[in-house]
Design a protein around this ligand. Structure first.
Ligand SMILES: CC(C)(COP(=O)(O)OP(=O)(O)OC[C@H]1O[C@@H](n2cnc3c(N)ncnc32)[C@H](O)[C@@H]1OP(=O)(O)O)[C@@H](O)C(=O)NCCC(=O)NCCS
Length: 144
Protein backbone atom coordinates (compact mmCIF):
# COMPACT_ATOMS: atom_id res chain seq x y z
CA UNK A 1 0.00 0.00 0.00
CA UNK A 2 2.79 2.44 0.94
CA UNK A 3 4.69 1.58 -2.23
CA UNK A 4 1.65 2.40 -4.37
CA UNK A 5 1.13 5.63 -2.46
CA UNK A 6 4.77 6.65 -2.92
CA UNK A 7 4.60 5.90 -6.65
CA UNK A 8 1.51 8.05 -7.00
CA UNK A 9 3.02 10.85 -4.91
CA UNK A 10 6.20 10.83 -7.01
CA UNK A 11 4.10 11.42 -10.07
CA UNK A 12 2.22 14.43 -8.75
CA UNK A 13 3.01 18.09 -8.16
CA UNK A 14 2.94 17.63 -4.38
CA UNK A 15 6.23 15.72 -4.52
CA UNK A 16 9.14 17.67 -3.00
CA UNK A 17 12.52 16.11 -3.93
CA UNK A 18 14.32 18.00 -1.15
CA UNK A 19 12.08 16.34 1.43
CA UNK A 20 12.38 12.74 0.24
CA UNK A 21 15.13 11.23 2.37
CA UNK A 22 16.61 7.76 2.82
CA UNK A 23 18.93 6.10 5.32
CA UNK A 24 21.46 3.59 3.99
CA UNK A 25 22.95 0.47 5.54
CA UNK A 26 26.63 -0.48 5.36
CA UNK A 27 26.25 -1.92 1.85
CA UNK A 28 24.46 1.13 0.54
CA UNK A 29 21.07 -0.56 0.79
CA UNK A 30 18.11 1.58 1.80
CA UNK A 31 17.07 0.73 5.37
CA UNK A 32 14.71 3.63 6.03
CA UNK A 33 12.91 6.48 4.36
CA UNK A 34 10.78 9.51 5.08
CA UNK A 35 8.91 11.84 2.79
CA UNK A 36 7.10 15.14 3.22
CA UNK A 37 4.69 16.25 0.52
CA UNK A 38 2.79 19.43 -0.17
CA UNK A 39 -0.45 19.70 1.75
CA UNK A 40 -2.58 22.69 2.63
CA UNK A 41 -4.40 24.33 5.48
CA UNK A 42 -7.30 25.79 3.59
CA UNK A 43 -5.39 27.32 0.66
CA UNK A 44 -2.16 27.90 2.63
CA UNK A 45 0.72 25.56 1.76
CA UNK A 46 1.92 23.29 4.56
CA UNK A 47 3.66 19.93 4.78
CA UNK A 48 2.30 16.45 5.36
CA UNK A 49 4.89 13.96 6.65
CA UNK A 50 4.63 10.31 5.71
CA UNK A 51 5.09 7.59 5.03
CA UNK A 52 8.09 7.09 7.34
CA UNK A 53 9.48 3.62 7.74
CA UNK A 54 12.53 1.68 8.85
CA UNK A 55 13.22 -1.89 7.73
CA UNK A 56 12.20 -4.26 10.57
CA UNK A 57 15.75 -5.59 10.88
CA UNK A 58 17.06 -2.10 11.52
CA UNK A 59 14.46 -0.69 13.89
CA UNK A 60 15.26 0.53 17.38
CA UNK A 61 18.71 1.90 16.49
CA UNK A 62 17.86 5.55 16.06
CA UNK A 63 17.32 5.50 12.30
CA UNK A 64 13.70 6.64 12.53
CA UNK A 65 14.71 9.47 14.86
CA UNK A 66 17.52 10.55 12.55
CA UNK A 67 15.18 10.57 9.55
CA UNK A 68 12.59 12.57 11.46
CA UNK A 69 15.10 15.15 12.75
CA UNK A 70 16.56 15.49 9.26
CA UNK A 71 13.16 16.01 7.66
CA UNK A 72 12.17 18.58 10.28
CA UNK A 73 15.51 20.39 9.92
CA UNK A 74 15.22 20.52 6.14
CA UNK A 75 11.61 21.72 6.30
CA UNK A 76 12.65 24.41 8.77
CA UNK A 77 15.52 25.53 6.54
CA UNK A 78 13.13 25.72 3.59
CA UNK A 79 10.95 28.18 5.53
CA UNK A 80 7.98 25.85 5.94
CA UNK A 81 5.70 26.85 8.84
CA UNK A 82 4.73 23.39 10.08
CA UNK A 83 4.62 19.67 9.48
CA UNK A 84 1.49 17.56 10.03
CA UNK A 85 1.23 13.78 10.34
CA UNK A 86 -1.03 10.92 11.28
CA UNK A 87 0.59 8.59 13.79
CA UNK A 88 1.07 7.31 17.29
CA UNK A 89 1.35 10.24 19.75
CA UNK A 90 3.49 8.11 22.11
CA UNK A 91 6.20 8.04 19.42
CA UNK A 92 5.89 11.45 17.79
CA UNK A 93 5.61 13.56 20.95
CA UNK A 94 9.38 13.23 21.42
CA UNK A 95 9.90 15.22 18.21
CA UNK A 96 7.67 18.07 19.41
CA UNK A 97 4.46 17.00 17.67
CA UNK A 98 1.25 18.00 19.44
CA UNK A 99 -2.42 17.32 18.76
CA UNK A 100 -3.28 19.48 15.74
CA UNK A 101 -6.30 21.06 17.38
CA UNK A 102 -3.95 22.74 19.91
CA UNK A 103 -3.00 24.93 16.93
CA UNK A 104 -6.52 25.30 15.55
CA UNK A 105 -5.80 22.80 12.76
CA UNK A 106 -8.51 20.24 12.04
CA UNK A 107 -7.61 16.74 10.76
CA UNK A 108 -8.75 15.78 7.25
CA UNK A 109 -10.91 13.18 9.00
CA UNK A 110 -12.25 14.37 12.39
CA UNK A 111 -12.18 10.74 13.62
CA UNK A 112 -8.35 10.87 13.63
CA UNK A 113 -8.49 12.95 16.83
CA UNK A 114 -5.22 13.00 18.80
CA UNK A 115 -3.51 10.83 16.17
CA UNK A 116 -3.32 13.81 13.83
CA UNK A 117 -0.44 15.93 15.04
CA UNK A 118 1.44 19.07 14.14
CA UNK A 119 5.04 20.15 14.69
CA UNK A 120 5.53 23.90 14.28
CA UNK A 121 8.74 25.31 12.80
CA UNK A 122 10.52 28.69 13.06
CA UNK A 123 8.35 30.30 10.36
CA UNK A 124 5.12 29.41 12.19
CA UNK A 125 3.14 32.45 13.33
CA UNK A 126 0.46 31.56 15.89
CA UNK A 127 -1.35 34.83 15.09
CA UNK A 128 -1.69 33.98 11.38
CA UNK A 129 -5.32 32.98 10.67
CA UNK A 130 -4.20 31.43 7.38
CA UNK A 131 -2.52 28.69 9.43
CA UNK A 132 -5.76 27.62 11.06
CA UNK A 133 -8.46 25.43 9.52
CA UNK A 134 -8.75 22.04 7.88
CA UNK A 135 -5.57 20.29 6.76
CA UNK A 136 -5.67 18.45 3.44
CA UNK A 137 -3.03 16.03 2.19
CA UNK A 138 -1.91 15.73 -1.42
CA UNK A 139 -4.61 14.10 -3.53
CA UNK A 140 -3.09 10.54 -3.69
CA UNK A 141 -3.63 10.19 0.08
CA UNK A 142 -7.40 10.33 -0.54
CA UNK A 143 -7.17 6.94 -2.27
CA UNK A 144 -5.32 5.19 0.59
C1 LIG B 1 8.14 3.98 13.67
C2 LIG B 1 9.51 3.72 13.05
C3 LIG B 1 9.68 4.56 11.79
C4 LIG B 1 10.60 4.10 14.07
O1 LIG B 1 11.88 3.82 13.47
P1 LIG B 1 13.09 3.30 14.41
O2 LIG B 1 14.33 3.38 13.60
O3 LIG B 1 12.74 1.99 15.02
O4 LIG B 1 13.06 4.44 15.52
P2 LIG B 1 14.15 4.81 16.60
O5 LIG B 1 15.17 3.72 16.71
O6 LIG B 1 14.63 6.17 16.31
O7 LIG B 1 13.27 4.90 17.90
C5 LIG B 1 12.86 3.73 18.51
C6 LIG B 1 11.90 4.11 19.62
O8 LIG B 1 10.62 4.38 19.06
C7 LIG B 1 9.63 3.63 19.77
N1 LIG B 1 8.50 3.35 18.89
C8 LIG B 1 8.50 2.83 17.66
N2 LIG B 1 7.23 2.72 17.21
C9 LIG B 1 6.42 3.19 18.20
C10 LIG B 1 5.02 3.32 18.34
N3 LIG B 1 4.17 2.97 17.37
N4 LIG B 1 4.56 3.86 19.49
C11 LIG B 1 5.40 4.22 20.48
N5 LIG B 1 6.73 4.12 20.39
C12 LIG B 1 7.23 3.59 19.27
C13 LIG B 1 10.40 2.41 20.19
O9 LIG B 1 9.74 1.78 21.28
C14 LIG B 1 11.73 3.00 20.63
O10 LIG B 1 11.57 3.60 21.90
P3 LIG B 1 12.80 3.95 22.87
O11 LIG B 1 13.59 5.03 22.18
O12 LIG B 1 12.15 4.45 24.12
O13 LIG B 1 13.55 2.67 23.02
C15 LIG B 1 9.70 2.21 12.73
O14 LIG B 1 9.53 1.47 13.93
C16 LIG B 1 8.77 1.67 11.67
O15 LIG B 1 9.10 1.73 10.47
N6 LIG B 1 7.64 1.10 12.07
C17 LIG B 1 6.70 0.48 11.14
C18 LIG B 1 6.07 1.48 10.22
C19 LIG B 1 5.37 2.58 10.99
O16 LIG B 1 4.73 2.35 12.01
N7 LIG B 1 5.51 3.80 10.46
C20 LIG B 1 4.88 4.93 11.04
C21 LIG B 1 3.58 5.19 10.35
S1 LIG B 1 2.74 6.48 11.18
Amino acid sequence: MEVTLLDELRGCEAWLPTLSLVAEGPGGEVVGHVVCTRGHIGTTPALGLGPIGVHPGHQGRGTGSALMHTALGAADALGEPLVALLGEPAYYRRFGFRTSTEYGITPPDPAWGEYFQVRTLAAYDPEDPALRGVFTYAEPFDRV
